[in-house]
Design a protein around this ligand. Structure first.
Ligand SMILES: [Zn+2]
Length: 252
């Protein structure tokens, strides 16, 4: 009995020291701040290197939802992928499926078992170190605290949740034209971000996820818009950039 008691105490102190170690390298989020999670989807693609360069230059954290197929089909894609995983202090690499449905969204979401396998395949190919996924072409959410999904994607979202994945969508999207160029101006994007916080419209209070796509920033003039948007956000002292693995309410 004494021995059993000793073991329990020993385990507890081990857990405590693990937790302390975790918080010292990853400080707890400050509840007086507002957090912005920049995310770039669909890479590696043309535009990915500009997104990486800009975030490096601005020393700004960003999460890259990559597609397994895009990463695995060329050495060029693998090099871009490597540039992201080489900077875990600034970048987080997350799973945006292997196939991105190969362009057939209805078929993909109507076959949730094979869609789940598609995400698992991407996790292997991308060698992801977290359980965060984003659905192709759909703003579905499933974490411990945020649940939001359309009827089409719900069967897959349930399966991803049961398999231990967090499904994370976005609060604000920087949309693009049919030619893949940014629609809103950086000023308009900044206004949208401010408004979401002011009107308390984010999925999680004081936490805002921005969706962008790598390919929007392949041209120099469009890359400058990304720089302007980031610099505006940096000028607002209450905004902190964070990686999506720090988003509140994720399942372990
Ligand atoms: Zn996508």
């Amino acid at each position: 009995m004494l021995l059993a008691h000793f073991n329990v105490s020993a385990d507890k102190s081990f857990i405590q020291s693990e937790a302390e170690a975790h918080f010292s390298s990853n400080p707890a989020l400050d509840s007086t701040q507002q957090y912005v999670y920049l995310s770039f989807d669909d890479g590696p693609l043309f535009g990915t290197s500009n997104c990486i360069d800009i975030c490096l230059n601005e020393n700004t954290k960003a999460t890259f939802f990559q597609i397994g197929f895009h990463q695995s089909r060329s050495q060029w894609g693998k090099r871009l992928y490597q540039r992201i995983i080489d900077r875990p202090d600034l970048f987080l690499l997350t799973n945006h499926s292997f196939s991105h449905t190969y362009g057939d969204y209805l078929k993909f979401y109507h076959q949730p078992d094979s869609a789940l396998e598609d995400f698992k395949q991407a996790a292997v190919v991308l060698n992801t170190k977290n359980n965060i996924v984003r659905l192709p072409g759909n703003n579905g959410w499933r974490t411990a605290t945020v649940q939001s999904s359309s009827k089409l994607v719900r069967p897959l979202v349930h399966k991803l949740d049961s398999a231990g994945f967090n499904v994370v969508g976005w609060d604000v999207e920087w949309r693009f034209t049919s030619k893949g160029r940014p629609i809103q101006t950086p000023e308009r994007m900044a206004f949208m971000v401010d408004s979401m916080f002011e009107q308390d419209k984010n999925r999680t209070k004081n936490h805002l996820v921005v969706l962008m796509h790598d390919h929007m920033f392949r041209r120099t003039e469009d890359s400058l818009k990304l720089v302007q948007f980031i610099q505006y956000l940096k000028s607002k002292k209450q905004y902190q950039f964070a990686l999506l693995d720090r988003y509140p309410g994720l399942k372990n």
